[in-house]
Each structure stands twice: as C-alpha cells, then as structure tokens.
Ligand binder design. Structure first.
Ligand code: AMP
Ligand code: MN
Ligand code: MN
Ligand code: MN
Length: 279
C-alpha cells in the first residue's frame, strides 16, 4: 500500500517534533509521500526535504494558511509550490506578524483574569516565528491552570473565553493566489471542522473553485471518518480533487497518528495526481 500524508506539523509552527524528527518518524510509519504543512510558515521545508531524500520519502512542499472567510477562520493547505516564490513568502510573513499582534491581545485577555506575562511565557514554547494558541495552552498547562492542552483550550482558548480574540487572517482570494501563482495546489483543510451546513458549504466550495482552488481534504485526522462520503460528494460535485492528511502535531497530541491508511473513495481524483514534484 502506498501511504500518502499531505498534512502534518513540525515545531516550526505548533507541532512537537522538529522537521528532521518528523521525517524520521514518517519513515518509521512507512509513509511514502509526505507534505509538511506548518501554519503560516515554510521555514521547515528545506530541512525536511533533505531528510526525505535521505530516507526515500517523496517530499511535497506544504503550508497551512490561516484565512478569514465571512467571519470564519478557514485553514487552507498549499501543496507542491515553489517555496522561494516572493509573493508567497511575503504573504506568509505578514500573517506571522498578525499572529504577534493577536498574541499580545490574547495575553491581555489572560491578564484580565489574573494570568500575567502570558505573551513572554507563551513565546518560550514557540521554537520559531509562529506564535499560536497552542503555545499559550502549553504555557497554561505548565503552570497548572488546566491538566492538558485539550482542556485548557475549552477553558481559555476558544471563542468567548479570556484567551480568545477575533482576528483577521488572509483573504480566501489572496491565499489561493499565493499558492497557485507559486505553481502549487490550494486545498481546503479539514472541511468538516467549519460546520457550515448544507447551504453554506456549496457557496464556499463554489467560490473557492472559482478563485482557482484545486481540492479539499476528504480524509483528515481533524474530522470524523464518517464524513468521508459527505465530502467525497462535494469534491465530485464541485470538480475538486481529494486530499488526505493526518494533521499530525506529535505522537499523543493529535487525534490520529502520522500516515493515514484510509483510501479515497474511487470517485474522487487524488490531488497528488496533479503534482509536478517527482524527486
Ligand atoms: P491558531 O492558528 O494559533 O489559532 O491555533 C490553531 C491550532 O490550535 C490548531 O491547528 C490546533 O493545533 C490547535 N487547536 C485548535 N483547537 C483545539 C482544541 N479544541 N484542542 C486542542 N488543540 C486545538
Ligand atoms: Mn495546529
Ligand atoms: Mn488546521
Ligand atoms: Mn493542521
């Protein structure tokens, strides 16, 4: 069986393993094709590619871009692009700067409920430039505010809680263009997480497709397995390719392990049939 995993994280964003360790782990899990898709950063790609060549894994450039669409946060995975593309590099840098502003507001919210200095503390958990909610969660757990990252999210880091602030990310159009103009494929990450319902999903997928979007994750570690047929239908209807990704963040911290072994339904065309990378 040829194992494909097109959604994974390293400590360049909010994963546990560094890019080298992630690829070593992928080899252990017998993954044949892997994309590293850190949130809003591509700083891990060159190291991961080098290790992949060493260990015989077909490596695909990836990124998971934070997007705002109609007051919702959407995640878009970009795959198989030129990581030196200036427009893409610049766009991601701007999102990371926005993350710093958001982090300061998050810290303010936490200070208001008696948790001081959270920005500096959370920064200690971020290995690279991306600072996100997971780093705040890790800090809060380390200080005993909650027993693990999952419970701390529910208590502090989700909408309506003290450590949550609304934030304006990239537009859907910009994100698709950055990826596409860099020669890559834009894919909607874990569509099952957006809870749009049968009215909004078709509007969203149509708009995405019209902007140049290529695919959706039909199989994702961040959505339920009984949603496979539901999103396979949307992929077929909107002529979008299907993608597969674990959304692995580290052993024991993700819903599912690296290297999913579920197959795309026959009617869905795999996004990797469109890749240019052949290493
Ligand atoms: P951010 O992009 O900084 O808002 O953080 C989003 C990340 O937080 C996701 O990619 C997950 O890694 C993590 N996350 C989101 N919701 C939860 C949750 N309920 N429990 C644990 N981790 C979560
Ligand atoms: Mn994450
Ligand atoms: Mn995501
Ligand atoms: Mn992800």
């Amino acid at each position: 069986m040829y194992i494909v995993d097109l959604h994974s994280h390293s400590n360049v964003s909010d994963g546990i393993l560094n890019p080298d360790e992630l690829i070593t782990y992928a080899a252990e899990k017998k993954v044949n094709m892997l994309a590293l898709t850190d949130h809003d950063d591509i700083a891990g790609l060159e190291i991961a590619k080098k290790k992949s060549v060493e260990l015989g894994i077909q490596f695909i450039n990836g990124v998971e871009i934070s997007v705002s669409w109609r007051n919702r946060t959407i995640h878009m995975v970009g795959l198989d692009f030129d990581h030196k593309n200036k427009e893409l590099v610049q766009g991601l840098k701007k999102i990371r700067e926005g993350r710093v502003d958001r982090a300061k507001k998050i810290a303010y919210g936490l200070a208001m409920v008696g948790i001081p200095n959270a920005y500096d503390e959370a920064k200690k958990f971020a290995s690279h430039q991306v600072i996100g909610r997971v780093h705040f969660a890790q800090f809060l757990v380390s200080k005993g505010y909650s027993k693990n990252v999952k419970t701390v999210f529910n208590k502090y880091m989700t909408k309506g809680k003290p450590g949550y602030v609304d934030h304006q990310w990239a537009s859907l159009e910009d994100a698709v263009n950055w990826i596409t103009n860099a020669g890559g494929k834009a894919v909607i990450a874990h569509p099952g997480r957006y809870d749009m319902g049968s009215k909004l999903y078709p509007q969203f997928f149509q708009e995405f497709k019209e902007l140049g979007g290529a695919g959706i994750e039909v199989i994702s570690g961040s959505q339920s397995l009984n949603q496979i047929d539901y999103f396979a239908d949307y992929a077929e209807r909107h002529e979008l390719y299907g993608s597969v990704g674990s959304d692995f963040h580290g052993y024991g911290v993700s819903h599912r392990d690296l290297g999913p072994t579920y197959q795309l339904p026959d009617k869905v065309k795999p996004i990797w049939s469109q890749f240019l990378t052949t290493n």
